[in-house]
Design a protein around this ligand. Structure first.
Ligand code: AR6
Length: 172
């Protein structure tokens, strides 16, 4: 599994699946979630509603998959990151679960390339450097279990995140 780092907008990336930092309602919000729904069009929300009708809300750390609508990716994997609460609410493990559960869904749907945003590091206020380390470790730790997935792209929107990822990927 190749790990790639880029700085940019995840909605522009041509991969099999992009991951969305959603909330448990699955019905959209701000941040990257808002951009994905706005640019991908109403098909994504329709698909999220269908998922809700079937299974109810999505729990923190879990993930669901839908069409990517008009986006260049084929699928959107919606995962619900933890809200940062000082580290007392199992946030580290839940964040790690987001990455692993998203990779599982990607694999089940035949995806070979997956792009992740920096889950929880915006509106949910997870400390960026800590989140970067958890994300990289989570993906590396399970990479041997996903030989079908050829490339994971970490898409950093802001410079801080990009720099944390860059130094962690260099040193690890
Ligand atoms: N492409 C890639 N990354 C982005 C983009 C983009 N277009 N836009 C923002 N980011 P956030 P959260 C980065 O707030 O913290 C929503 O309302 C951003 O710089 O999108 O998990 C949901 O519905 C940050 O590093 O998600 C939830 O209610 C990262 O994406 C809540 O926000 C995540 O920031 C989830 O909060």
């Amino acid at each position: 599994m190749k790990l790639t780092l880029i700085q940019g907008d995840i909605t522009l990336i041509e991969v099999d699946a992009i991951v969305n930092a959603a909330n448990s309602s699955l019905l959209g919000g701000g941040g990257v979630d808002g951009t994905i729904h706005r640019k991908g069009g109403p098909e994504i929300l329709d698909a999220c509603r269908a998922v809700r009708a079937k299974q109810g809300k999505c729990k923190t750390g879990q993930a669901v998959i839908t069409t990517a609508g008009k986006l260049p990716a084929e699928y959107v994997i919606h995962t619900v990151g933890p809200v940062w609460n000082g580290g007392t609410k199992n946030e580290d493990q839940l964040l790690s679960d987001c990455y692993v559960n998203s990779l599982n869904l990607a694999k089940e749907n035949g995806c070979k390339t997956v792009a992740f945003p920096n889950i929880s590091t915006g509106i949910y206020r997870f400390p960026k450097e800590r989140a970067a380390k958890i994300a990289i470790d989570a993906v590396k730790d399970v990479s041997a279990d996903f030989p079908e997935i050829e490339e994971v792209i970490f898409v950093c929107f802001d410079k801080d995140n990009y720099q944390y990822y860059q130094s962690l990927l260099e040193t690890e």
